[in-house]
Design a protein around this ligand. Structure first.
Ligand code: HSE
Length: 309
């Protein structure tokens, strides 16, 4: 029987994962957003409740726009009301706009008489996320929708590959309480990449993926380095270079900016994660920045239905 009200949870995510700008992301299931979608008598999409300072106009809101995209071309006698509960801090680099879009389409899809398969929701979630970032890219959206470490190839349609990760690896995520606009952090990027950087970054991406597939933690350590985007964005995050040095000194495999920042992530071999978390947070505190931090396995589940009535 079709539900009238469905709530979905979508996890936060680490975008780019250092070597895969816009194409690589992993879920971070310790935090996320909830969206409740309810069938309403009025057609179209309405946002009836939202936590945080975010647009209520559906076309300007990542969740609202994603559901508009899902419903486009359907003739329905009913509409969808959305209630959005943000668990992910705004402008944190933790994939919050993607998570709201994903939770919204996953919940609203369940209101349809014939729900789409999960893979068909990706393009609608991308459409929603683009409202916030000003560009169509799937690194956060795909990780939040499917869970795990996800590589997205191509755009039309995007193809997603779930990448295996050595089970001992943990993600340390440190969020200094700053706001960075993804749109602005994208706008500051140069259009051109030096050939030498392209070669080295390609080698890093290939080596990183090979390390993941072959369970080679040391190969991952040697390749988890962003030579293209991180150097351009580092100045947005006070103390970033010292935070990174502290993570590497604490034996992290690599450390970089999560998405557009300001959150910083480090991948660690299991037992090294706590020392990296403490060291990274301590450096941010010397900059006068309070932090939230988490340690989690790489990936975890993608979006899920938490309630239906
Ligand atoms: N890949 C994106 C970026 C993630 O770094 O700009 C944030 O949307």
């Amino acid at each position: 029987m079709t539900s009238n009200t469905v709530t979905a949870f979508a996890p936060a995510s680490v975008g780019n994962v250092a070597v895969g700008f816009d194409i690589l992301g992993h879920a971070l299931s310790v935090i996320g957003d909830h969206v409740t979608a309810t069938r309403s008598a009025t057609t179209g999409v309405r946002i009836i409740e939202i936590t945080g300072e975010l647009p209520r106009e559906p076309a300007l809101n990542t969740a609202g726009r994603a559901v508009q995209s899902l419903l486009a071309g359907r003739t329905l006698a009913w509409g969808v009301e959305l209630a959005i509960r943000k668990g992910i801090p705004l402008g944190s680099g933790l994939g919050g706009s993607a998570a709201s879009a994903v939770a919204a389409v996953v919940a609203a899809n369940e209101l349809l008489d014939e729900p789409l398969p999960r893979s068909a929701l990706l393009t609608h979630a991308i459409e929603g996320e683009a409202v916030a970032s000003g560009s169509r890219h799937a690194d956060n959206v795909a990780a939040s929708l499917f869970g795990g470490l996800v590589l997205t190839i191509g755009e039309d349609p995007p193809r997603c590959m779930l990448i295996p990760v050595p089970s001992s690896i943990r993600c340390v995520l440190v969020h200094p309480r700053l706001f960075i606009s993804t749109r602005e952090a994208r706008g500051m990027l140069r259009d051109v990449v030096a050939l030498d950087d392209l070669v080295r970054q390609s080698a890093n991406l290939a080596g990183f993926l090979a390390g993941c597939y072959t369970n080679n933690v040391e190969l991952i350590r040697g390749c988890l380095e962003d030579l293209v985007i991180e150097p351009q964005r580092a100045r947005l995050i006070p103390g970033f270079a010292a935070v990174k040095r502290a993570a590497i000194a604490a034996k992290a495999l690599g450390c970089s900016i999560s998405g557009a920042g300001p959150s910083v992530f480090a991948w660690c071999d299991g037992q090294d994660a706590e020392a990296a978390r403490v060291a990274m947070s301590a450096v941010f505190r010397t900059q006068g920045l309070e932090c939230d931090s988490w340690i989690a396995p790489i990936g975890g589940n993608g979006a899920m239905i938490t309630e239906r009535r």
